[in-house]
Design a protein around this ligand. Structure first.
Ligand code: IFM
Length: 730
């Protein structure tokens, strides 16, 4: 971050809705998340979220059928660590508050808020709140309140005790917007102990049988204190949130607000050092990009047992579930900047293999595994199979990410312990799930009744994206398997595979059918896509978007209309499978029928447009992408940030504007496309144990090898040996 302080504050966001502010300025550390909710009113507060801490509730089907998932999983809203009660000397509450400013320092993770708080009589005090989350001892959070008189000078009562009460919204509830969360009832909260300086509460879930202990500690004053305001005073609280037996180690007295801030600062220094992405010439974009990367890091489970929820830990939308978003949109950032985080995210999938094997069997596939479309613990939890279980591509997405991780790290240990088993089990799934058919006298392999990424088209035959992902998955299992059979026979044998099984995978991959549209000479999204009429866009008012909230799914399914990038995403992931001219035709066709109702769409159109050299076009998609939550473009930032889109903005800069790809020979390629609006931009990339610093400006591309051995690199089609520094004219 070049010693420049980057601070996000109120003026940088377009909507002052409390829920948006709470989500945007939330602090988290992959383990727990704390929204920047108003500490006085608690308005819109989802409380504390702990990654992986969820409750089951039964899914009620009007018309059940065999092997539908039985339970919802919902991330639990734990009590807020920020809520505070202020009273004047007559015991009247200060319960009105106005946020005057809020600022999040992206260089050290410190959040500062300034509120004007008033009582019923209109007397005012100023409350400044400084907070930070520990990025090393993940159970800890520190918050300091500073009070100053404005028009009230008397004594101030500060109460930080919990009020264990049932909220009005406790109870099972149904919601009409599928992107929101569900309300859960079977949670119990007890006060375990409470004294002058400390309070301990325990929260237990009845069905999932999880528990969390929250310990609050006031470092100087009592938890309930009364002091004269005079020139003002501060009170600091430390919180420790321990799940089950996790985080028992460090006692609350061993930590302090200063140490929490120090740990946070160190963590962010390392992050920026590894993953610098600086845009010169546009401060607004530069800030947004840093914010996105900041939140991406905050959201990520780091223990191999937890993952990234679609909303991270910034809100309870989508119930805290993990989707394919992780592998396709967020993992690339970690693979190329912090491979250790990437490894842990993939290990999470490994830990869910038991559920995935069971799910495959439930779908009638005896050998192999089918990963959950949406879940917290790995068990499928979606009640709407046409846009979940049928999205079998999740298997190929995970396999793709494993392939990319391995390509960038050569991490054999990962492959032997976890990766290959996933590749093998997913390849086995495709083998049994697909079918051999004959078309025009040629035998080919097809995948029937599937849903691709585009959720406005469901249950179709031969979705192009799915078929590509399956092909890649089968080929990866083949190549990695063969290598393993030679290098580590023991691991290979443990998984009961054989060279003939691997050859079968390869044979299938070679014969997968890919639908083409002859009229436009482009890849067809699926077999029946072009037999449908195009959605009547000119008769659809703006107020009817996103379509999913206004039209029955079957109404949407019978038209050509895309919610998000589908075939174009396949083109993005497999650049070597398509010629420039076909890509151009394909982009033009699918762009006109895409609504971008999904936040996962625009970033891909941007990256592909940049690759095509349509840099202005790419830039328009990019500006929407990079500030999507800061502008509340989707209208639901209050439910939590759109984590996949945050990752998508990094993809746009690195894989779009810097044109980064890895060739089929495993070489890093850079093909720069500097947007006209920028003077230059700089990125850092980790690749095969090297750290590279790349600066692209109007006249040249400069690549510096910051650490690691010399390597071969391709810049603008020309292969070079990078020993220290390369400069090439653009
Ligand atoms: O995974 C996505 C899906 O592709 C579109 N709907 C939202 C999900 C969670 O982000």
């Amino acid at each position: 971050m070049h010693n420049r302080k980057l601070i996000l504050s109120l003026k940088d966001i377009n909507s002052n809705k409390k829920g948006n502010i709470a989500a945007i300025f939330s602090l988290s550390n992959g383990y727990m998340g704390i929204q920047a909710s108003d500490p006085i009113t608690g308005a819109n507060d989802v409380g504390t979220l702990v990654n992986g801490f969820f409750e089951y509730s039964p899914i009620t089907y009007g018309e059940p059928a065999a092997f539908y998932p039985k339970n919802n999983q919902t991330i639990v809203s734990l009590p807020s660590l920020r809520k505070i009660r202020l009273l004047d000397e007559n015991n009247h509450s200060f319960n009105f508050s106005e946020l005057k400013n809020i600022s999040l320092d992206l260089s050290n993770g410190q959040l500062t808020e300034v509120y004007e708080v008033s009582n019923q009589g209109g007397e005012k005090i100023e409350m400044t709140v400084a907070s930070a989350i520990d990025q090393k001892k993940l159970a800890f959070y520190g918050i300091k309140f500073s009070f100053k008189p404005i028009s009230y000078q008397g004594k101030l009562v500060v109460d930080k005790h919990y009020k264990i009460e049932r909220k009005n919204n406790d109870g099972v509830g149904e919601v009409e917007d599928p992107r929101k969360t569900r309300l859960v009832k079977s949670i119990s909260k007890h006060i375990i102990s409470s004294d002058d300086f400390r309070e301990v509460i325990k929260i237990e879930t009845k069905e999932s049988q999880q528990s969390v202990t929250i310990e609050g500690y006031s470092t100087s004053e009592k938890m309930l204190t009364k002091r004269a305001l005079k020139t003002g005073f501060d009170i600091t609280y430390i919180y420790k949130v321990s799940e089950g037996v996790k985080n028992k180690g460090v006692s609350i007295e061993q930590n302090s607000f200063d140490k929490i801030k120090e740990h946070s600062h160190k963590f962010w220094e390392d992050v920026w050092n590894q993953s610098e992405v600086t845009v010169s010439g546009n401060d607004e974009i530069n800030l947004a990009l840093h914010f996105n990367i900041f939140q991406l890091n905050q959201a990520t489970g780091r223990d191999g047992k937890t993952n990234i929820a679609a909303k991270g830990l910034t809100g309870s939308g989508y119930e805290g579930h993990t989707f394919w978003d992780t592998e396709m949109y967020m993992l690339p950032y970690f693979i190329y900047t912090n491979p250790e985080f990437a490894r842990n995210l993939l290990i999470y999938r490994y830990h869910t293999l038991t559920f995935a094997r069971k799910r495959a069997k439930e779908l009638g596939i005896k050998h192999g595994a089918l990963f959950a479309w949406r879940s917290i613990n790995g068990e499928e939890t979606s009640a709407y199979y046409p846009a979940s279980t049928a999205a079998y591509h999740i298997n190929g997405d995970i396999a793709y990410a494993i392939g990319k991780y391995y390509e960038a790290t050569d991490d054999d240990d990962f492959m032997e312990k976890y990766g290959f088993e996933i590749l093998l089990e997913t390849a086995r799934f495709w083998r049994e799930f697909g079918s051999w058919t004959e078309k025009g006298g040629k035998k080919q392999f097809e995948f029937l009744t599937v849903t691709g990424p585009d959720e406005y088209t469901a249950m179709v035959d031969n979705n192009y994206f799915t078929n590509r992902m399956a092909e890649n998955n089968l080929k990866l299992a083949y190549t990695v398997g063969l290598r393993l059979a030679k290098s580590n026979q023991k691991v290979f044998d443990r998984l009961n595979s054989s060279e003939s099984e691997l050859r079968e995978f390869h044979h299938i991959a070679d014969n997968i059918y890919f639908p083409m549209n002859a009229q436009y000479q482009i890849n067809a999204q699926d077999d029946s896509f072009f037999s449908k009429p195009v959605w009547p866009f000119n008769k659809t008012p703006k107020t009817k978007y996103p379509l999913l909230l206004h039209y029955h799914p079957l109404n949407i399914y019978r038209y050509q209309v895309n919610k998000q990038a589908d075939t174009i995403l396949a083109d993005f992931l497999f650049p070597e499978t398509i010629t420039d001219s076909q890509l151009r035709r394909e982009f033009e066709y699918y762009e006109t029928i895409t609504t971008h109702d999904s936040s996962l769409s625009r970033s891909i159109f941007s990256a592909v447009a940049a690759r095509m050299g349509k840099v202005n076009h790419a830039y328009r998609y990019f500006t929407d992408t990079v500030r999507l939550d800061l502008t509340d473009l989707q209208g639901n930032t209050e439910d939590g940030l759109h984590l996949a889109n945050l990752g998508g903005s990094w993809l746009d800069v690195v894989q779009g504007f810097a044109g980064m790809q890895v060739s089929s020979q495993g070489l890093l390629k850079i093909i720069p496309h500097l947007p006209a609006e920028w003077d230059s931009f700089q990125i850092r990339l980790a690749f095969k144990k090297r750290l590279l610093d790349i600066v692209i400006d109007k006249s040249q591309t400069q690549i510096v090898l910051l650490s690691g051995d010399p390597m071969e690199i391709v810049i603008n089609q020309s292969q070079q040996t990078l020993t220290k520094i390369i400069k090439i004219n653009n």
